[in-house]
Each structure stands twice: as structure tokens, then as C-alpha cells.
Design a protein around this ligand. Structure first.
Ligand SMILES: Cc1cc2nc3c(=O)[nH]c(=O)nc-3n(C[C@H](O)[C@H](O)[C@H](O)COP(=O)(O)OP(=O)(O)OC[C@H]3O[C@@H](n4cnc5c(N)ncnc54)[C@H](O)[C@@H]3O)c2cc1C
Length: 380
């Protein structure tokens, strides 16, 4: 017997769930009752969301962008390539700012309820309703939007994993150039994985440093802690205070399935195609998805299957890249450094923000080693 009723239940109050709730609150049209169930009992500063934005473009979360960089770098032990853009900025939003802003809007919206400490266990479907069971409640809902990254009966088997472990550190001396972000620094290739440092300098003595690998094998991010320390030591970063840690595993090239046989159930979040398969970036895509779905909810339009990232050129390149990496991961260093060397900053930023034009793809194709991509193409 249900003790809570809603039109829509969103499982997971993370980036996707809160973005959807936020856009719905801002639209302020429609009378759908929405419940968001989040298993955490409180939010913390657990993620650093970065993405490229064109200068002066319209973006709903500009107010919580805390740092931007016009220069970003790629490097290995021999070379450094820099992109300098006059049109794009690499932007940073700390997740705690995002959680504060979105939850505040959701709490103010009388149509929505955000419940923390509610871990969803199971869902039962009837012809017309879903019954969502948490440890504390049974919710009856017309539609379920499920943003859990992985379900109980699923494995996160992806062709390539992006795995990272990072620490935000502060030192007494100046160690960083706060005007330049390190996208892929100190590249190292070995067997089934490539590794690099991701450096977000917030000031000259404070930065987030993440040791990141692309790997065909899954490993726990904590195992990268030693790699991070070694790499910092090689860079002579030795005396520092650790302010916080963040880590993650992003499945790249995962097959996505947004609907099951029940039209009452929509899969969302990183398991639904909102994570770019070749890069692991998802924040901007999630914002576009949330805006689209919130607008449909407000207008009472069914939130049906017609939301796709239907950029065929991009999907084509992304799937080829994953194939190439899967076959020979060590090529990654060459591919990414060549992109850093040969593509212009603006072309690269457009590619990374899902807005690449035909000329950008031509430039990309000219930058990558041809033979492995040709082989991957022929093996499709
Ligand atoms: C550390 C990190 C940094 C990232 N940085 C970037 C970046 O810089 N740029 C970028 O574009 N992308 C980035 N990403 C990728 C992507 O944008 C994020 O993973 C984003 O949070 C995905 O949103 P989501 O809603 O799918 O998942 P989440 O934000 O993880 O939300 C899922 C929510 O579901 C909740 N949940 C899970 N199981 C249950 C359950 N059983 N019951 C109730 N709730 C449940 C979780 O607690 C969580 O809050 C990053 C990812 C990570 C992990």
C-alpha cells in the first residue's frame, strides 16, 4: 500500500535529477506533482563540473561558474601544446554551488518534494502505475525517471573506462599558473591503459589535481592514489595540504537504453547517453536534456523517446575513437597530443561542447593518425 503519491518520481537527486527539478521549477507552468528520491542524507562538494562555453552565450548557471580558463594544455614528458581561445572559456562549477542553487529552487516549488536519505530498492509496475519501494516508504507514481547510474541487475561493462582519483590541494608557495588549465598533462602509456594528470588551478597555490586513466580494464579509483602522489612528486609538488578528494569511474562507449518495455519508465543520467562516449563529459548534455524534459512536462507533452543526441558525425567519430582505443590503448597518447597540436582551440572547444561543424570534423580527421581509424572503420 503506497503512502506517498506523485505524478512523476525522479530516482536520484544528483546532476540529472536536480537539473530536471530546477528547470521545472523555473518554468513554473504545469501542475505535475514531482517527488525526487535521493539516497544521500546530505550533499557535499563531491564533483568539479567543467565544460566549454562560448563567451557571452546564454547559460542558466553562469552565476555559479567560479573560475574560467582561456588557455588549456596537453603534454607529455617531451612536449607541451597549448590552446588559447578568444571565443571559448573552459568553465568550472563546484558541485556544492550547483546543489545549493538547484535544491533551493526545488524546495521553493510547491509542486515538488525532494526527499533525502531515500534509497530506492525496487519498482513494481502495473498497467497504469509504478510502485517505488524505499527503506521508509512505498510511492505510487504515474511515471518514473530513473537517474541511477547503474541498476542492481546490470553490470557497467563498457569498452573503455575513464577512471580518476583527485585531490584539491593548497600549498604555502606558488606552484601553479592559475591562467592555464591542464587538460591532459604528463601523458604516460602502458599496455591496456593511458594515464595523465588533469589540473584545475584555482589560484597560484590551490588546485584540483586528478590522476586519470583510460583503460579497457576496470579498477577502483582509490588504486590511482599512489599514481597521483608519484606524479605530483615528479612535478616537485611535495609540501601541501589536502582540502578534499574526488574520484569517479565513467563508462565510455556504453550501450544505452533509455526505455524499458513499460512506457511509465524513463532511464536518464549517465546510463542513458547523457555522457559523451569519447570524453566522459556530461554536464552540458544533462542541462540540455533537463531543459527539454522540463519543458515537455510543463506543457503536458509526453516525455517520450524522442530525445536523442542525434549528431551523427559526432557519434560516428566517438564510436571510432572508442574502437581504436579498445584495440590499442597506447595510441591514445598520440591521438590526444595530435589533437592538442593540430586543432585550433575554438574547433576543439566546439567539438567538446557538442557544437562542432563540418570543418571542425575535417580538422579533427586531419589531426588523428589515419591508419588505426581506417582499420576501425573497416571493421564496423
Ligand atoms: C567526480 C566526477 C567529476 C565529473 N566531472 C565532470 C566534468 O567536469 N564535466 C562533465 O561534463 N562531466 C563530468 N562528470 C560526468 C557527469 O557530468 C557526472 O557524473 C554527473 O554527475 C552525472 O549526472 P547523473 O545525474 O547521471 O549522476 P549523479 O550526479 O551521480 O546522480 C545520480 C544520483 O542518484 C543517486 N542514487 C543512486 N542510487 C540511488 C538509489 N538506489 N536510490 C536513490 N538515489 C540513488 C546518487 O546518490 C546520485 O545523487 C563527472 C563525474 C564525476 C563522477
Amino acid at each position: 500500500m503506497a503512502d506517498i503519491y506523485s505524478d512523476i518520481t525522479i530516482i536520484g537527486g544528483g546532476c540529472s535529477g536536480l537539473s530536471l527539478g530546477y528547470y521545472y521549477a523555473k518554468e513554473n507552468i504545469g501542475n505535475k506533482k514531482i517527488i525526487i528520491l535521493e539516497e544521500r542524507d546530505k550533499y557535499s562538494n563531491d564533483k568539479s563540473w567543467c565544460f566549454w562555453l562560448e563567451k557571452n552565450s546564454d547559460f542558466i548557471h553562469r552565476d555559479i561558474i567560479k573560475k574560467t580558463w582561456k588557455v588549456w594544455r596537453f603534454s607529455n614528458s617531451k612536449t607541451i601544446y597549448k590552446h588559447k581561445s578568444s571565443n571559448f572559456e573552459y568553465c568550472f562549477i563546484p558541485s556544492e554551488e550547483f546543489y545549493n542553487k538547484t535544491t533551493e529552487a526545488i524546495y521553493k516549488d510547491e509542486r515538488q518534494t525532494l526527499l533525502l536519505n531515500e534509497k530506492v530498492k525496487t519498482i513494481d509496475f502495473t498497467e497504469t502505475n509504478s510502485y517505488i519501494h524505499t527503506e521508509n516508504h512505498v510511492l505510487k507514481s504515474k511515471v518514473v525517471i530513473d537517474t541511477r547510474p547503474i541498476l542492481k541487475d546490470e553490470s557497467m561493462e563498457a569498452p573503455v573506462y575513464q577512471i580518476f582519483f583527485g585531490q584539491e590541494i593548497e600549498s604555502t608557495s606558488d606552484l601553479f599558473n592559475s591562467a592555464e588549465a591542464g587538460l591532459m598533462e604528463d601523458f604516460q602509456s602502458s599496455g591496456e591503459r593511458i594515464g595523465f594528470l588533469y589540473i584545475l588551478p584555482f589560484s597560484n597555490n590551490r588546485a584540483l589535481l586528478e590522476y586519470t586513466i583510460f583503460s579497457t580494464a576496470f579498477i577502483k579509483p582509490e588504486y590511482l592514489k599512489d599514481c597521483l602522489e608519484n606524479n605530483l612528486s615528479i612535478r616537485n609538488i611535495k609540501q601541501y595540504k589536502i582540502l578534499r578528494s574526488e574520484s569517479g569511474v565513467l563508462p565510455m562507449g556504453l550501450k544505452v537504453n533509455t526505455w524499458n518495455s513499460k512506457d511509465l519508465y524513463l532511464r536518464a543520467g549517465i546510463a542513458s547517453g547523457n555522457l559523451r562516449s569519447s570524453t566522459g563529459y556530461g554536464f552540458l548534455r544533462i542541462q540540455r536534456w533537463a531543459k527539454y524534459v522540463a519543458s515537455n512536462l510543463s506543457k503536458n507533452i509526453s516525455i517520450s523517446r524522442n530525445y536523442f543526441h542525434s549528431n551523427r558525425k559526432q557519434n560516428f567519430f566517438d564510436s571510432l575513437l572508442i574502437k581504436v582505443l579498445q584495440k590499442d590503448m597506447c595510441l591514445g597518447e598520440n591521438i590526444f597530443l595530435n589533437i592538442g597540436r593540430q586543432m585550433s582551440a575554438d574547433r576543439f572547444a566546439r567539438f567538446m561542447s557538442d557544437t562542432a561543424q563540418t570543418r571542425d570534423y575535417i580538422s579533427l580527421a586531419m589531426s588523428v593518425p589515419k591508419l588505426p581509424f581506417l582499420k576501425a572503420l573497416l571493421s564496423r
